[in-house]
Design a protein around this ligand. Sequence first.
Ligand SMILES: Cc1ncc(COP(=O)(O)O)c(C=O)c1O
Length: 394
Amino acid sequence: MKPSGNSRIYLDNAATSFPKPDCVYDAVEQYMRNNGSPFGRGSHATGDAATQLVVQCRHRLALILGAASPSEIAFTFNCTDGLNLLLRGCLSAGDRVVTSTLEHNSVLRPLTQLQDELQLEIVNVGFDVNSGLVDESEMIRQLSSKRTKLMVLNHASNVTGIVQPVKRLCQAAHEKKALFLLDAAQTVGHLPFSVADLQIDMLASAGHKGLLGPLGTGVVYIRSGLESQLKPVRCGGTGTQSESLQQPTTMPAMLESGNHNMPGLVGLAAASEWLLQHDIAAMHRQIAAHTKRLKSKLTSIAGVTVHVADSVAENVGIVSFVIAGMDSREAAVILDQSFQIQCRAGLHCAPLVHEALKTSSSGGSIRLSPGVFTTDNDIETAIDAIEQLTAAVA
Ligand SMILES: Cc1ncc(COP(=O)(O)O)c(C=O)c1O
């Protein structure tokens, strides 16, 4: 199953997945060499073919996300881009937002900027450091205490991997007439779920993580009918309604100004076809088995602390840990240079998570994130390397 020619042990799939299925490389090369046209603009056959590839990609993503229609899906440059478009699009002066300390900077920073611009009231609810779960009752209490415009929540933390109780919180938000935005960067393509089942209003995700597409791709979902409540943030040519000087107000054109990252979307179209042909639930179980093995072996090594070790909540395939007496960033460099194991160490753009876990002073945590092409042998080699590394500092 593993694409050929990749001998390094890559355990940084939470940053971006690698390798991609071979069909992704083939589709990008084929498009770049033989097509090269933009989406929705060329009056020629290769332009039509390029447009068709994006139409297919949108259709496949609607299927993966369980959206009612492909027109609920728009393409962005990454998850951060989508979150900015949605947050900026739906918030107005004086609005109140309930969110959590589990969030990534791609939610925290736009909210901080908008807080200054629009005098927003932002409430950051904490999480339990043992379970990794957001304080659900406090989230609900905050919704009830004051009129709230938006709840925005991380589907799964990129530090702990723990999947949050989205369905219940979304229901609570709707009972209080608040909108619900999900940061699904770590779950789309990794975890079988549908927007229809969760009943969420908006979602942003990356195309380059669990969806297995190229870097520089992202996707947003907006529940049909909600677009009238959003301001278009980026305006420009869409290849549609060109007679008008106003930005289109319908999805997906309202969010898709300017040329797409076509090589990226062609790769994402191939990756999403590959995902639909494989079983996301089965791949999730395989990654969960790697995660479980890593957690149980690492917790047994003296000097290693896994965050969060004992949680019974579902994990999307992320194991964070610290080694006593060793800076996490230094440990990651040694794992790479001496053992060819690639991971990510630091704060992972989630400073409030590390503040709560008290891992900031050790340089954040070392994060291992297996992917669909990770083998049992990769996991055993990583465990062995961490045992050796820990023994050397003991
Ligand atoms: C939870 C979460 N949100 C947002 C992002 C940002 O994703 P992107 O790099 O696609 O902008 C990440 C990236 O790691 C993430 O883990």
